[in-house]
Every structure is written in structure tokens, then in C-alpha cells.
Write a protein that binds this ligand. Structure first.
Ligand code: SF4
Length: 388
């Protein structure tokens, strides 16, 4: 059946595809691969009586395995991949800009939030060349699963079903965008929300609280702390700065925490010294804040930014429309964000470009960031749409 819920990010309705997921899991001819977005692990526990801000990463992996997914992977792996491409693109544009090339535009805008991308396509057709062309982690994951990983397994792409667990309603729409499919076969077949996953776990009578903590599978389950913080406002740009700064200076960062990029102010800015340069970074979450910031940039009312991160949901994905309801209590969203920063701090590797599985993926398959194969699989383009 179809369940309908109101989406706080726009005029979207929630389509419940859990029955299609169950159908795929029951089909012996399909290999079903699952990916879980960073924000899910920080909120799923609330559906099982845990305090907001409790991380349930290990139990979530165990639950997915119990539900019958063949490969339990992590969108965080693809978030690291997104940083490889997006930070490379940023440095490339920045270098050319500093050399006086007027054909490149700054600031670069993050492009991993599909509600923001759609808003942008409608509202800022004149700024179409500023968002990064990097696909979102969800879509990078699907593209790599159905090429590199399907080839590794020796199966055709239509035998693989990629399911994503997302904090988000707009991700369902993103999967359906035509440019994210090959000959009608989508890179990500089905996207369900955190709430829908919780429902599936309950329906299957899985005793979530007593599950053991399990790990993700290899190779698309390995991730760094930089990927984990994608789930909160400011996290994507912090992850990008960690890699871009080291690449630009050739030196290891003394400290990877950029506190000036963190917090819950709707619109904020930070100045970050990188070598001889001071990066001017903007962050907005909530579409009203995004509009105010972008209008100011478009009208040259603010000191020029080098990069801007925008998320449609207040708080970023931890506050997403597919998460357990927080009924506007931003302290719950803040606790989920703190949980992600804790997970980041506890990770042995905290920079995307140091993820060994990502390095191996480039060596074995992709070549280099922004290279031909990476461009083909990991980058996208945008469409001018009529004003809403
Ligand atoms: Fe989805 Fe909201 Fe995250 Fe955007 S900010 S990707 S709409 S959950």
C-alpha cells in the first residue's frame, strides 16, 4: 500500500516502497545491496526507545543482515568518494580563478541535497554553473555498485537491486531522475526512509535492542570520520576542507576539527586559513536561509565566498523529513549531530582521501579524481526548470 506523509522540504509526498524492498529480498534471482546514509545511524535508535543522540550503527548493520540484504554497505563510503571529486573540483576551480581564468565561477555550491538541487534549478537558472557537478553520495554509491561491484561479482546490472536507507523524502525523487539510470535501469532502485526501515525491523519481529553490533561489509562499507559528518549542517564542507587543505598545501593538518564550521545557526560563515589563502566559507540550512544567502551572493551584497554548503532541512540530514519525528524540537536534532561528531572523533581515519577502500577503488577502477571514468560515473549536470 502507499503511505502518505507531509514533507517539510517541499511539496513532496512520501511513497512507501518497503513492500518493493521485501519483494526484492524474497527474489532468489536478485542480489540486493543496501546503503545507509550517515544521519540514519544517529536517529534510528529513537524508534526503539533509545535516547536521541544514541548511535546504533552496529545494530543497524546487524538488523539489515537479519532482514536478508546480501551486502550491507554504507553510503559513508560514497560520501568519501564525493569528497574526492568535489574537493578536487573545488581546488581546480579555485586555482584557475586565482590564475585569472574568468571562465570559472566561484563560489562552488555543494550538490548532495536533492531538495536543494531542485530548488536551485527552479530559482537560480542564471547560476547553473556554480553547483559542484559531483553526484550525491547516494547516487555515487549506486553508480559504483552497478558498475565496479557488479563487475566484481560477475553479474549484469539488472540482477542487482540497490536499496538506500535515507533520512530523506527527496532522495526517492533523486533516484527517479532520468540521468541517474542506464537504459531505464536506475543506479539506485529503491529508497526508503529511517522511519520505514524501523517499521520493517518491527514487522519482522527483530529484537533490535538485543542485536549484536556488527560491521559493514567490504569494500563499500569502509568510511572515514569525514564521511560521517555529512549528515549534519556544516559537515560536508568541513569534510571537503580537510582534503582540499591538505592537497593545496601538501602538508598534513595539525587538527582536522574545524569548529568554526559547526553549529546550528541557519546562515553562517567562516574564514579558514589554508597556506597563503584565507578560504571564505558560507553555510545555510533550511531553504529560506539558502535563498537569503544566494540572493546576497547573486546581488554582490556580501564579500565573495569560495564555497557554500546548503542543506534543505533545518539541521541538515539529521533533521531530515524521513527521520523519526522530532516535532520541531531542535535539541533532538542537535543531539543527533553531536552523535555524528562523536563518531567522527572516534574513527581511526578522519580524512576522505585516506580511506584505503577509496584509494583502492581509484587504483583498480576509476583512475584519478575528475578523470574520464570518474567524470562519467560520478558527475552530473543540472536542468533549467520553470519557476515554481
Ligand atoms: Fe534530504 Fe533534507 Fe538531507 Fe536534503 S537536507 S538530503 S532534503 S534529508
Amino acid at each position: 500500500g502507499q503511505c502518505v506523509a507531509v514533507c517539510p522540504t517541499g511539496a513532496l509526498v512520501e511513497r512507501d516502497y518497503t513492500w518493493k524492498v521485501i519483494e526484492a529480498l524474497a527474489d532468489p534471482d536478485k542480489v540486493v545491496v543496501v546503503q545507509t546514509a550517515p544521519a540514519v545511524r544517529a536517529a534510528l535508535g529513537e524508534e526503539f526507545g533509545y535516547e536521541p543522540g544514541t548511535l546504533v550503527t552496529g545494530k543497524m548493520a546487524a538488523a539489515l543482515r537479519t532482514l536478508g540484504f546480501d551486502h550491507v554497505f554504507d553510503t559513508d563510503f560514497a560520501a568519501d568518494l564525493t569528497i574526492m571529486e568535489e574537493a578536487s573540483e573545488f581546488l581546480d576551480r579555485l586555482t584557475r580563478h586565482l590564475e585569472g581564468d574568468t571562465s570559472v565561477k566561484l563560489p562552488i555550491l555543494t550538490s548532495c541535497c536533492p531538495a536543494w538541487v531542485k530548488f536551485f534549478e527552479h530559482q537560480y537558472p542564471d547560476l547553473m554553473d556554480v553547483p559542484s557537478t559531483a553526484k550525491s553520495p547516494q547516487q555515487m554509491f549506486g553508480a559504483i555498485a552497478k558498475s565496479f561491484y557488479a563487475e566484481k561479482l560477475g553479474i549484469p546490472r539488472d540482477k542487482m537491486v540497490v536499496v538506500s536507507i535515507m533520512p530523506c523524502l527527496a532522495k526517492k525523487y533523486e533516484c527517479a531522475r532520468e540521468e541517474f539510470s542506464v537504459d531505464g535501469n536506475p543506479d539506485v532502485d529503491l529508497s526508503i526512509t529511517t522511519r520505514e526501515l524501523a517499521h520493517m525491523i518491527k514487522q519482522a519481529n527483530i529484537d533490535f535492542r538485543n542485536l549484536p553490533d556488527e560491521d559493514f561489509d567490504d569494500p563499500m562499507g569502509a568510511s572515514t570520520g569525514a564521511a560521517v559528518i555529512f549528515g549534519t549542517t556544516g559537515g560536508v564542507i568541513e569534510a571537503a576542507v580537510r582534503s582540499a587543505a591538505e592537497w593545496a598545501t601538501g602538508q598534513e593538518l595539525d587538527k582536522v576539527d574545524f569548529e568554526s564550521l559547526r553549529g546550528l545557526d541557519g546562515c553562517r560563515e567562516a574564514k579558514i586559513p589554508v597556506g597563503d589563502l584565507v578560504l571564505h566559507i558560507g553555510i545555510a540550512h533550511g531553504l529560506g536561509n539558502a535563498r537569503r544567502l544566494l540572493d546576497a551572493v547573486r546581488n554582490n551584497e556580501v564579500e565573495p565566498f569560495h564555497a557554500i554548503e546548503i542543506m534543505a532541512c533545518p539541521g541538515g540530514c539529521v533533521g531530515g523529513g524521513g527521520q523519526p519525528y522530532h516535532h520541531g524540537h531542535m535539541e533532538i536534532v542537535a543531539k543527533r549531530a553531536q552523535a555524528l561528531y562523536r563518531e567522527d572523533e572516534g574513527k581511526p581515519i578522519r580524512k576522505s582521501h585516506e580511506n584505503p577502500s577509496i584509494k583502492a577503488l581509484y587504483e583498480e577502477y576509476l583512475g584519478k579524481p575528475l578523470g574520464e571514468k570518474a567524470h562519467h560515473l560520478l558527475h552530473t549536470h543540472y536542468f533549467k526548470r520553470h519557476k515554481i
